[in-house]
Design a protein around this ligand. Structure first.
Ligand code: DMJ
Length: 453
């Protein structure tokens, strides 16, 4: 963390991310066209948890003086801004208590509000911070919004209403849920696209990886965040998780459990590394409510996590490809050249972390340590850590980007994997999809709910 942070601080301070090989600032299109310290905001809670006080103070000063979304140009992703900026600020607020973090979180949310002005209330994907004009990606199923994007707002926005006393944020996400419930689903699965004008689902594609993933995660976790009061969220999760289990969880000839994707009437036996969060999610669900599903879901959690470890282990670098496939001839390996890259993603480490906390099985720490060593060996650069273009080559070209989620998620989950269970206890905290811990209502003194007036 120190090396990753110092590289960014020295070569790209205030920029969104650092290019750790060429030692300069980097900005992906998700952040629009200007620099807004994404790495700082995303890293704050990790710094806090690891005890980097001086670095946390420097980040705090930067946020107080410079975080102003009115200065952001271009089209910014509503989803990414929520999970990284609002999520990061809410965690910093809960952990540290400085009201500045809450004010900044509310400032960011207010800037996103115009994206919700659609006929159904399901937000658009992109917003221009200067004009407030919002729109969807041209490629997304005839102007649709994306399930993993509009379905990954509930935790942050409900919490924001509780700590500001302003109900508008919760109302916005409850409206999304109403539309999702009202739209009838083909094959009982949730398609990845929903048209915000008609409220109807778009193309028949369902995935636990890209475009779907954190929608399922937030159904489970909003139930947890609310102190298990939001039963509707849990009911929706149970129904969705059961259908995924029934239709998409498959076993390879060699005995590896994986999530297939449903695409236009048939199954595609491909799993994104992104879907590796699902191991932790099924295990967490099994642990949090002991019912008829628990035993099976714990097994799915363990088996998916094992498969993701295999995807890491079956490469020359011991780092997983972006997507891997299953057939009679190949298991847990990338097939296409375009799927061989690794961009410092956290999902498998996230599942190691949950499975370690929930089972205490030493193998998860061993697997985490293998990952730490692989990162050190293949990704360490002069000014931080870089992604790789080909995990099947030990001298892979580097992508020269240190993703902000590497500090927010990958390093945090790996650190917590080797820490005591009391550090960010799962009884008191629930992680948003960017690994920003939010306090559990009724269980955590740091909830900091606004006093009723
Ligand atoms: C992160 O921004 C979040 O984990 C998101 O849910 C998925 N993509 C990246 C990490 O891979």
């Amino acid at each position: 963390m120190k090396h990753a942070w110092d590289g960014y601080a020295k070569h790209a301070w205030g920029k969104n991310e650092v290019k750790p090989v060429s030692k300069r600032g980097h900005s992906a299109s998700i952040f629009g066209s200007s620099s807004m310290g994404a790495t700082i905001v995303d890293a704050m809670d990790t710094l806090f948890i690891m005890g980097f006080e001086e670095e946390f103070r420097a980040g705090r000063e930067w946020i107080a003086d410079n975080l102003d979304l009115n200065q952001m140009g271009g089209d910014v992703s509503v989803f990414e801004t929520n999970i990284r900026y609002i999520g990061g600020l809410l965690s910093a607020y809960a952990l540290d208590g400085d009201p500045m973090f809450k004010e900044k979180a509310e400032h960011v949310a207010k800037k996103l509000l115009p994206a919700f002005d659609t006929p159904t209330g399901v937000p658009y994907a992109l917003i221009n911070m200067k004009s407030g004009m919002a729109k969807n990606f041209g490629w997304a199923s005839g102007g649709s919004s994306i399930l993993s994007e509009f379905g990954t707002l509930h935790m942050e926005w409900a919490y924001l209403s509780d700590i500001t006393g302003d109900p508008i944020y919760r109302q916005k996400v409850e409206k999304i849920r109403e539309v999702v419930i009202a739209a009838s689903r083909p094959k009982a699965l949730y398609p990845n696209y929903l048209n915000p004008k008609t409220g109807k689902w778009g193309s028949a594609h369902t995935s636990m990886g890209a475009l779907g993933d954190s929608f399922y995660e937030y159904l489970l976790k909003e139930w947890l965040r609310s102190g298990k009061r939001d039963r509707l969220s849990k009911k929706l999760f149970d129904e969705a998780a059961l259908e995924v289990e029934r239709q998409l969880v498959k076993k390879s000839p060699g005995g590896l459990t994986y999530f297939a994707e449903y695409k236009y009437g048939r199954l595609e036996h491909k799993m994104d590394e992104l879907a590796c969060f699902g191991g932790g999610m099924y295990a967490l669900a099994a642990h949090e409510e002991k019912d008829a599903n628990s035993e099976r879901w714990m097994r799915i959690g363990e088996e998916i996590t094992n498969t993701c470890h295999e995807a890491f282990d079956r490469t020359d670098t011991k780092l997983a490809p972006e997507a891997f496939r299953f057939s009679d001839s190949i298991e847990a390996r990338a097939v296409k050249a375009t799927e061989r890259y690794y961009i410092l993603r956290p999902e498998t480490f996230e599942s190691y972390f949950y499975l370690w906390r929930l089972t205490g099985d030493q193998k998860y720490r061993d697997w985490g340590w293998e990952a730490v060593q692989a990162l050190e060996k293949h990704c360490k650069a002069e000014a931080g850590y870089t992604g790789l273009k080909n995990v099947y080559s030990t001298d892979s070209p580097k992508d020269d980007v240190q993703q902000s989620f590497f500090l927010a998620e990958s390093l945090k989950y790996l650190y917590l994997l080797f820490s005591d269970d009391e550090l960010i206890s799962l009884d008191q905290w629930v992680f948003n999809t960017e690994a920003h811990p939010l306090p559990i209502k009724g269980a955590n003194n740091l909830y900091r709910e606004a006093k009723a007036v």
